[in-house]
Design a protein around this ligand. Structure first.
Ligand SMILES: Cc1ncc(COP(=O)(O)O)c(C=O)c1O
Length: 428
């Protein structure tokens, strides 16, 4: 008898962030259309978390597909050292148009982790090239910048990185500057900056996604950035999750006046259709590598750097971002989330309901700690997936971050499910 996709998958595939023994089979998705995903049995799932915060304009977008296909017929790939191509040039031009005015060069890689890895290496080598070999990065507690070793090193030191702890480089962590903690965190930051030897400060601007959609204010970020500038320390905004409209503005750093020196991008960069990372930097940083000495160059690269298909997808996604309908949709989702957040005040099972841009998040109140390992995670996941909602919780944090094409009816389905979940959890 012919095996199902589930059976074939179980036999040969190892999935990310998954305990393969206990997780049960993965759901085999065969097609996608807008916010909808369809499995091999024809079941429909509403993807209201944009498949790990990737999908900006919906699945199976015909315009992006067409642009990738056209590019595939022209040039699918070319080595990006010694060679270049128009899609990569045009994408850099268009990104720089959207990025803060202090950004002047784009370095391509292949995912969010590598965009951060590049940023951290740029910071260290910037000082190295200047003969000032600084050894410290500052990062936020519970930060997530990816799973390669540099990105892991500047990430929070939780159970996920426990087996690798001896191999991570030292980082000075400060608390997240959430409401009420701002003054304390500013003091922590100043204390570390005063100690010297700091190459850079890396942060997820305004929302720490993996930490459970933890939010903090533009005002405190502004103060942190200007403090780093005062001490001559480089600043790196990891916009991998926050970029491309998720927080209402194109980039999260559009909410502050003091701009970072380096910005990391991925996920929404290609509208979520192709793997791609990009790291932008100021002219000052680029100039620190500009030398007659070869070894002062940034000797970093990936085989798929600047892949033309990924660039074509990103350019198509930029066209869609430039369509005024997209901003209207972002604003529509943001205001509907705000309205729904008010409604949620009647549900004591939900605490800390918060929203910015298209993100709406809340914690389910439990006796356990609010974190990824909260035992309610599986209960919440099972409840929502049975209702046809792909709303993978972060522990006991329930959230939505939908593609911008979500309709009001589809949003209502997500909101209704959140209310039904409250009823279910209160009873059980
Ligand atoms: C803020 C942030 N940085 C970096 C990453 C890593 O990106 P990737 O999974 O593409 O390596 C993520 C992934 O969720 C992220 O949220």
């Amino acid at each position: 008898m012919q095996k199902t996709l589930r059976e074939r998958d179980e036999a040969v595939v190892w999935h990310p962030f998954t305990q393969m023994k206990t997780a049960g089979p993965a759901i085999p998705v065969v097609s996608g259309n807008g916010v909808e995903l369809f499995d091999e049995e024809g079941n429909c799932y509403l993807d209201v978390i944009a498949s790990w915060w990737m999908t900006l304009h919906g699945h199976g977008h015909p315009y992006i597909a067409k642009r990738i296909a056209e590019q595939a017929n022209k040039l699918e790939h070319v080595i990006f050292a010694s060679f270049t191509h128009e899609p990569a040039i045009e994408l850099a031009e268009r990104l720089l148009d959207k990025l803060p005015a202090n950004q002047s060069k784009i370095f391509y890689s292949d995912n969010g982790s590598t965009s951060c890895e590049v940023a951290v290496k740029m910071c260290f080598q910037y000082w190295h090239n200047k003969g000032d070999k600084r050894k410290k990065m500052i990062a936020l507690d519970d930060a997530y910048h990816g799973d390669t070793f540099g990105a892991m090193s500047v990430g929070g030191r939780g159970p996920f990185v426990e087996p690798f702890m001896p191999f991570l480089f030292d980082v000075a962590f400060i608390d997240a500057p959430v409401a009420g903690e701002e003054e304390k965190v500013l003091k922590q930051l100043e204390g570390i900056l005063k100690g010297g030897d700091v190459a850079g400060f890396i942060f997820e601007p305004l929302v720490q996604g993996s930490a459970g959609m933890r939010m903090y204010s533009p005002e405190v970020l502004e103060k942190m950035l200007s403090m780093c500038k005062e001490y001559g320390v480089l600043t790196v905004a990891d916009e991998v999750m926050t970029g491309f409209g998720h927080l209402g503005k194109f980039f999260a750093v559009d909410y502050v006046d003091t701009k970072p020196d380096i910005i990391c991008m991925s996920k929404g960069l290609t509208g979520g259709t192709m793997a791609m990372g990009a790291t932008s930097c100021t002219q000052d940083i680029f100039d620190a590598f500009w030398d007659d000495e070869f070894l002062n160059a940034f000797l970093h690269g990936h085989s798929a750097t600047g892949n033309p298909l990924a660039c074509a997808a990103a350019l198509a996604s930029m066209d869609l971002m430039d369509n005024p309908e997209t901003q209207k949709n972002i604003d529509r989702i943001a205001s509907r989330n705000a309205e729904f957040a008010k409604k949620l005040e009647q549900y004591p099972i939900y605490a800390n309901v918060r929203h910015i841009g298209v993100i709406l998040a809340m914690e389910v109140v439990t006796d356990e700690e609010n974190n990824y390992f909260n035992s309610l995670r599986d209960t919440i996941w099972q409840f929502l997936i049975k209702k046809g909602l792909l709303m993978r919780p972060l522990g006991n944090t329930v959230y939505i971050l939908p593609p911008y094409c979500i309709t009001d009816e589809q949003l209502d389905k997500a909101y209704d499910a959140i209310i039904e979940l409250a009823g279910f959890l209160t009873k059980n």
